[in-house]
Design a protein around this ligand. Sequence first.
Ligand SMILES: NC(=O)c1ccc[n+]([C@@H]2O[C@H](COP(=O)([O-])OP(=O)(O)OC[C@H]3O[C@@H](n4cnc5c(N)ncnc54)[C@H](OP(=O)(O)O)[C@@H]3O)[C@@H](O)[C@H]2O)c1
Length: 282
Amino acid sequence: MKDKILLLGSSGLLGSALNKALTGHAQVLTPSRFDLNLTDLDALETYIKAYKPSLIINAAGMVSAQQCEHNADQAFKLNTDLPAKLAQLSKAQGSTLVHFSCLDVYGDESKVRSLSSCTENTPTNPQNIYAESKLLGDNAVAEHAEDYLIFRLSGLYSKQDLSVKNERPPIVIGAPTSAEYVAVTVMRSLERVDRGVIRVHPGVYHLSTKGDACWQEFYREVAMLRQNRQLLINSPSLVTKDSRLSMDKVEDTFCLLVPSWRSQLTSIITDPKDFAKAVGQH
Ligand SMILES: NC(=O)c1ccc[n+]([C@@H]2O[C@H](COP(=O)([O-])OP(=O)(O)OC[C@H]3O[C@@H](n4cnc5c(N)ncnc54)[C@H](OP(=O)(O)O)[C@@H]3O)[C@@H](O)[C@H]2O)c1
């Protein structure tokens, strides 16, 4: 593993899981927004030039689609300008950049749903400011960075918080994936790259569980696994769809066996201590 890691967005859903997965591995810098406001790109440059991290992980951004619509300027600063700057700085410093993107860049629900699975080559078609700002960020990383990985994720949840989220939209949004799974998978994969066990080309990789569910169905499953009748009543079932994100590329490249969202959730609830099992690697 790289000796000095800069983790941006370490207080967020994914960032917290990454921070935990990194514990004990290396020197990890986790500036909060009070230490380093990520809309201030000059301050970011000064910080990176001072600390010279060998690996930069960007888990920061504006993630709420609603917030992005209300504050488009801030959305483009965080989701586009920030990764673009990180790409330039990582190249200049000779460091690796890991960045996170989202399923939303493929756009239009019905178009994506009609595909049996959506690959990294599926044409993008962002439909809102969140998706558009994320896609521009991805493109900037691909254009300006040299040693980089972009992981495109589906809906995340944290194993620390499996209470019913009433604010979740009642639509199918992909394969629910635990932030801990993404964090552990990314860190173990980077370790294997460093040790020369696998060779990886810079590019975009999908990373979620397999299968597809709406949040209501997900929380019904949580309730069933916990035998919680109240949760079952509160979470109406909707139809399960086919998988929408193809995991072929990430499985082949990183020698992974990606689990289904259901089996991952089952291991988290029934065997939380043995979560490592849910991260299939061969
Ligand atoms: N959540 C999902 O379901 C999902 C799905 C697909 C892809 N992703 C992608 O995964 C990545 C992480 O998402 P997440 O859900 O973990 O996001 P999150 O929980 O909203 O966390 C965002 C992080 O960015 C930080 N941040 C925001 N504005 C900042 C600023 N001006 N200066 C410094 N820090 C700032 C936040 O700090 P504060 O705590 O101080 O606000 C927080 O640590 C994003 O790239 C997202 O697009 C997420």
